[in-house]
Design a protein around this ligand. Structure first.
Ligand code: NAP
Length: 244
């Protein structure tokens, strides 16, 4: 069990990649504090603690850190997986939507890092941020999301250096298109779902979407001692999309 005696926070645990990370961590023996926005979570196990709330709200993040300290004591691993995508041409995007994308992918990550780093034990800890292939390459219609995920990479790199003296490691897993409910729903909404799926798969060197479990495998690596000398790194899990 690679996460025996490890206490972990997983954000965005109510869906897709966050659920896969939670189930990998559970299997490896971690004690889990989970968070998402929806009030109830069916996938919670009796030993997990689920606390719903909006991570864009610093008062909630402070309260979450207090609950973590009370229920877990120290927190060894934090997976910053929450996030949202919004597609729109730049000139058509409302400023409020742009702010929401930046807050939900970047500012909220800063807030969680700020309030959870003090809870990491004196031996150190690990933050794993879920970035995106679009944090490394631009894409029309996804500019604000790209900017936020690119910012997340630099947040992680800077924090990795700042916190290295405390042995707090900060790394990024950058998924490509992953078969989560939100992506499957977008495919189904298209005019010809099978043709659209083939088109998207055709843009990926490995010719298929990632599974949430394949992304969770990389998160587990950064959370465990197997990556003890790695910090400030970005690992693409994108089937070769950013290899061009
Ligand atoms: N799927 C992909 O193709 C893909 C590719 C690259 C990167 N990613 C990244 O991977 C992560 C997970 O993606 P996914 O596809 O699993 O997404 P998802 O199914 O949409 O899940 C997103 C999660 O984030 C939570 N969340 C969003 N905004 C939040 C906020 N302000 N405060 C608290 N929680 C918030 C959601 O909570 P509720 O649902 O309860 O509201 C949900 O649990 C995201 O950061 C995404 O950008 C995904």
């Amino acid at each position: 069990m690679r996460l025996k005696n490890v206490a972990a926070l997983v954000t965005g645990a109510s869906s897709g990649i966050g659920q896969a990370v939670s189930s990998h961590f559970r299997r490896e023996g971690a004690r889990l504090l989970l968070t998402g926005r929806r009030e109830r979570l069916d996938s919670v196990e009796p030993d997990d603690l689920y606390v719903p709330g909006d991570l864009n709200d610093e008062a909630f993040v402070e309260d979450l850190a207090k609950q973590a300290a009370e229920s877990l004591g120290a927190v060894d691993v934090v997976v910053l997986n929450h996030g949202l995508q919004a597609s729109s041409p730049l000139t058509e995007m409302a400023s409020a939507d742009a702010k929401n994308v930046l807050d939900s992918n970047l500012l909220s990550a800063f807030l969680v890092m700020k309030h959870f780093a003090p809870l990491m034990p004196s031996e150190g800890g690990s933050f794993v941020c879920i970035g995106s292939r679009l944090g490394m390459v631009g894409k029309p219609g996804e500019v604000l999301y790209s900017a936020a995920k690119g910012g997340l990479i630099m947040l992680a790199k800077g924090a990795a250096i700042e916190w290295a003296p405390r042995n707090i490691r900060v790394n990024v897993v950058a998924p490509g298109l992953t078969a989560t409910p939100v992506i499957e729903a977008a495919i189904q909404r298209s005019a010809d779902p099978e043709a659209y799926r083939r088109e998207r798969e055709g843009q990926i060197p490995l010719q298929r979407l990632a599974t949430p479990e394949e992304v969770a495998d990389a998160v587990l690596f950064f959370a465990s001692s197997e990556s003890s000398y790695i910090t400030g790194a970005v690992l693409p899990v994108d089937g070769g999309y950013t290899a061009f």
